[in-house]
Design a protein around this ligand. Structure first.
Ligand SMILES: [Zn+2]
Length: 293
């Protein structure tokens, strides 16, 4: 029988699964919002008091929106749009830990093989799952937890236009996935990652309300579009160091639907590399959270 979902996803369950997460993010306006709100008010006042200056006001507002757009598109690892974990805390880095994260699963063809590879190396990881795939493959999702990994929130349907959504639509995507994962595994995710890492300035308060942390990555392999496993490995291993968060995918893209996805060739070689350099692959929870990222 499935365990009941916790009554309040934003509080208890997330804490129970991440005992060493000692400090939840509290909502602060993102730097972009702090700049944009007064700027819009000043421009409005300017137009009301001195209508002839409307061109200056309009130019300032357009420049502001270009800055927002650039933050959304160019900076999935930036902090202009709100708190964003891009590395593990210093204590985890000192322990030689590296976080492995897998997006877009679970997938019945890829995920079981990824789990076997992780077992072979005694490695742990965090799986950023899509809510409707969790519901389609509940047993596989529970298997991820049974093998000692964590399941995190990667929206309910992985909409490519997520960064264009307003707060209500983003909340629906995040809450639906949180409920699907909670009802399937009995454990509330503690981390959220947006599809392709694209955010907008309104996401931070939505994520903070759930009690989750927003996490992106230190380096990613672009394994869903790379031409070869070699290319993916080069991207991940160049400059790789303790405290890094690595991003790969255990879901199948249209490109890899009928062929063996690169991750199955990349992962054993990456795990071998980590072992050789005394780096310990862990799930995000294990690494803990000690305040501000
Ligand atoms: Zn994704």
């Amino acid at each position: 029988m499935l365990p009941d979902a916790p009554p309040n996803l934003a509080t208890k369950a997330g804490h129970q699964t991440a005992e060493n997460i000692v400090q939840l993010p509290f909502w602060r306006a993102s730097p972009v919002l702090l700049l944009s709100t007064p700027l819009h008010l000043v421009c409005l006042a300017l137009v009301l008091l001195a209508p002839s200056l409307w061109r200056w006001a309009l130019s300032a507002v357009i420049a502001n929106h270009v800055l927002i757009l650039a933050s959304v598109i160019l900076s999935p690892r930036g902090r202009l749009l709100g708190p964003n974990m891009t590395r593990l805390p210093p204590a985890a880095a000192q322990r030689g830990e590296v976080a492995l994260t897998f997006d877009d699963g679970p997938d019945p063809m890829v995920t079981p093989r990824v789990l076997d590879l992780l077992d072979r190396y005694g490695a742990k990881a965090s799986f950023f799952c899509i809510g409707n795939k969790v519901l389609a493959y509940p047993e596989l999702t529970r298997e991820i937890i049974r093998r000692g990994h964590s399941v995190e929130n990667h929206t309910n349907s992985h909409p490519h236009a997520f960064a264009l959504f307003g707060p209500a639509a983003m909340r629906r995507e995040i809450d639906s996935a949180q409920t699907a994962i909670c009802e399937t595994t009995g454990i509330a995710p503690s981390f959220f990652r947006a599809p392709m890492g694209f955010r907008n300035p309104l996401l931070a308060p939505v994520v903070a309300r759930t009690g989750m942390h927003y996490v992106s990555w230190t380096r990613r392999g672009y394994d869903t579009v790379a031409k070869s496993a070699e290319q993916v490995l080069q991207r991940l291993q160049r400059g790789l160091a303790a405290g890094d968060i690595l991003l790969l995918h255990d879901g199948r893209s249209i490109r890899t639907r009928n062929v063996s996805p690169p991750i199955l060739e990349v992962l054993p070689r990456l795990l071998e590399h980590l072992r050789k350099h005394n780096l310990k692959p862990v799930a995000l929870q294990t690494a803990g959270h000690v305040g501000k990222f």
